[in-house]
Design a protein around this ligand. Structure first.
Ligand code: NAD
Ligand code: UDP
Length: 320
């Protein structure tokens, strides 16, 4: 396999991107982090900024780019429903134009390019758990469509650049991931519940809380992405997620217990098209990559809670 040294991470200042940059530096890569700081922060990459092998480029992925690298991880795109629905037209543009721009770059440089797709391509799935050969059940004009259809179109572009131009693609379909370096105001369920629990305010369950998700700790997700990139000729989509499924009610109770919180639960309307169930079938990742999650939910949540505790403490100190 081609030896890759200089790696571009688009969306490198975001939650997953900042962890990926850190892990790539650890194994001796030069890392170029590209971001426009829409949802990512300089704080996420502050610890890396003195590393001579780390470089940051402020750039909007909707614009063409030119940078000499040996591999590309393409993550740039807001991932939280709150943020991707704030400017839905921009979300579709980021997904489609962003994919075209990184694929053109990968084609010119003849380097592998990994796309972080999502379990959202399965929509509100009628097949459970979800295997990669399930085509999904997506509302193409609902409020989630900017993200779901944007990601589906990006997958189409990745496959077509592979078939038409032999670009060496990888497609990771990531399921809900949590961990340190999520934004306090990210709006996704794990960060919301932890911040609410730590502040002893009610945990906001949308709908009746019976909907399910399967949560993967960030270190496991990043290992999956790196193994996928390292696997030659793996051009089919691969689910990366933790198959242990929980309802939102269960997650709320687990987080209340883990934080020792006095929070109660408050119920709010379920957002339109909110998927009822999500659970990855990870047989392909196990067989092709020899990958499966190793961090259990309680351990991952403890690390995440410790991170948010520190963040909230810092904010309180600053505001005093
Ligand atoms: P995030 O919002 O924390 O990070 C996204 C990063 O992309 C941010 O740093 C943001 O500033 C940057 N970005 C957004 N628009 C950009 C643009 N136009 N140009 C350049 N940079 C831009 O989200 P995340 O959770 O780290 O997700 C990273 C990727 O993984 C996304 O593509 C997301 O769709 C995918 N994904 C994440 C999850 C998850 O659970 N975290 C699940 C499925 C898929
Ligand atoms: N959710 C919730 N309370 C919150 C935030 C989210 O009950 O404060 C629910 C949301 O309706 C969804 C699930 O938690 O059913 C996961 O939401 P998230 O935004 O984290 O991810 P996604 O819907 O994209 O899987």
């Amino acid at each position: 396999m081609r030896h890759t040294n200089r790696v571009l991470v688009t969306g490198g200042a975001g939650f997953l991107g900042s962890h990926l940059c850190q892990r790539l530096l650890k194994i001796g890569k030069e890392v170029v982090c590209l971001d426009n700081f829409y949802t990512g922060t300089k704080e996420n990459i502050r610890a890396l900024s003195n590393n001579p092998h780390f470089e940051v480029i402020r750039h909007d992925i909707c614009q063409p780019l030119s940078v000499e690298v040996d591999a590309i991880y393409h993550l740039a795109c807001p991932a939280s429903p709150v943020f991707y629905q704030r400017d839905p037209i921009q979300t579709t543009k980021i997904s489609v134009l962003g994919a075209l721009n990184v694929l053109d770059l990968a084609r010119r440089l003849k380097v592998p390019v990994l796309f972080t797709s999502t379990s959202e391509v399965y929509g509100d799935p009628l097949v459970h758990p979800q295997r990669e050969d399930y085509w999904g059940h997506v509302n193409c004009n609902g409020p989630r469509a900017c993200y779901d259809e944007g990601k589906r179109c990006a997958e189409t572009l990745f496959m077509d650049y592979h078939r038409q131009h032999q670009v060496d693609i990888r497609i990771a379909r990531i399921f809900n991931t949590y961990g340190p370096q999520m934004n306090l105001n990210d709006g996704r369920v794990v960060s919301n519940f932890i911040v609410q629990a730590l502040q002893n305010t009610p945990l906001t369950i949308y709908g009746n809380g019976e909907q399910s998700r399967s949560f993967c700790y960030v270190d496991d997700t990043i290992s999956g992405l790196m193994k996928l990139m390292a696997k030659p000729h793996c051009h089919q989509p691969v689910n990366i997620g933790n198959p242990i499924e929980k309802t939102m009610k269960e997650i709320a109770q687990i987080i209340i217990a883990a934080t020792g919180s006095h929070s109660t639960i408050s119920y709010h309307p379920l957002p339109t098209d909110d998927p009822k169930q999500r659970c990855p079938d990870i047989s392909r990742a196990k067989a092709e990559l020899n990958w499966e999650p190793v961090v259990d939910l309680k351990e991952g949540l403890q690390k995440t809670i410790a991170y948010f505790q520190k963040k909230i403490h810092q904010l309180n100190v600053v505001s005093v």
